[in-house]
Design a protein around this ligand. Structure first.
Ligand code: ATR
Length: 289
């Protein structure tokens, strides 16, 4: 970021809470390393103030914003344009300044896509299991279906949410690729190996001794496991998958790469791979503090 002066541009995060966000580390490190005079700050915004906050940000000349829980849906009404994929996902996490307001994107989609590439997990033509059908699952499930998975089994505790998300994705791609299932029906998938992406909140700190599926037999069908949780850095889901022979990853890279994608949209730059790796190390250090 360097020294803040009269020419410093501002980007920021709106959400509630935002106090523990790691996004300032991502963006301020990128600005510093890329010699850009840009500061990234967090704004705690109450739900009733989201539209006013976005309008105010535009009036103040704020270059770009990230949006986090619980505003990723509500913020859409404050935008002058929404990327079609983000619109279908139904959530926006990045606002890019355009004429007259902000355009919304969903860089969580790019984040999980790039994480899989970096981890050497190729979903093309593969059968993928997504656990969870909440807000976080939407970007993940869209990504898997759009980017060429052969089939996506979408497992959720409340099956109605899985049915709804599967319908949204299948409509978007014009194909019946996503199969909604009850979480407890995982044994119907036995006998093959899958890439599994865990998107439920089960296992999130402080609930570190819980996994969305506790039955160890389930873990035999996993070849590669990604938990989009990054705190704790190893969830019970990851531990069980690893004990049953899977390659396992947490969600820190998704977080990193959604940030990198946002930074690239705001600043029209390409962040070098080496800098991404350096940032990855810094984020891990920060998480382990
Ligand atoms: P997020 O934005 O983190 O996705 P969310 O939209 O509230 O949060 O979704 C939480 C997800 O975790 C849902 O898929 C939820 O399942 P339900 O739709 O059945 O509620 C899942 N989840 C939360 N607690 C769970 C638990 N104890 N067991 C299994 N799934 C759970």
């Amino acid at each position: 970021m360097g020294k803040i002066n009269a020419r410093t541009q501002v980007c920021g995060l709106i959400g509630n809470p935002v106090g523990h966000s790691i996004s300032p580390l991502i963006h301020n490190t990128l600005s510093e390393k890329l010699n850009q005079n840009l500061a990234y700050v967090t704004f705690k915004v109450e739900s009733q103030d989201v539209v006013a906050a976005v309008k105010g940000a535009y009036a103040l000349g704020i270059k770009g914003m990230n949006v986090t829980v619980p505003h990723k849906q509500a913020v859409m009404e404050a935008l002058v344009d929404v990327d079609p994929l983000a619109k279908s996902i139904g959530a926006v996490n990045t606002l890019v300044r355009v004429d007259g307001g902000y355009k919304g994107y969903n860089t969580d989609y790019f984040g999980i896509r790039r994480q899989l590439v970096e981890d050497g997990i190729d979903i093309k033509g593969r059968e993928v299991i997504v656990l969870g059908a909440g807000g976080a699952s939407r970007a993940v499930t869209f990504m898997c279906a759009v980017e060429g998975a052969g089939r996506v089994y979408l497992l959720n505790r409340s099956v109605d949410k899985a049915v709804e998300l599967a319908r949204d994705v299948n409509t978007y791609i014009g194909e019946d690729k996503v199969c909604p299932m009850r979480l407890n029906d995982y044994n119907k998938l036995a006998g093959k190996k899958y890439i599994v992406i865990q998107t439920t909140s089960r296992g999130l700190y402080p609930e570190v001794d819980a996994a969305p599926i506790e039955d160890e037999d389930f873990y035999d069908i996993i070849e590669a496991a990604v938990d989009i949780i990054f705190n704790p850095s190893e969830t019970k889901f990851m531990r069980l998958a690893g004990e049953h022979g899977a390659r396992v990853y947490n969600g820190i890279e998704m977080l990193l790469y959604q940030g990198v994608a946002a930074y690239e949209l705001w600043n029209d730059v390409k962040v070098p791979d080496e800098l991404c790796r350096e940032l990855h190390r810094l984020m891990e250090q920060e998480m382990n503090k």
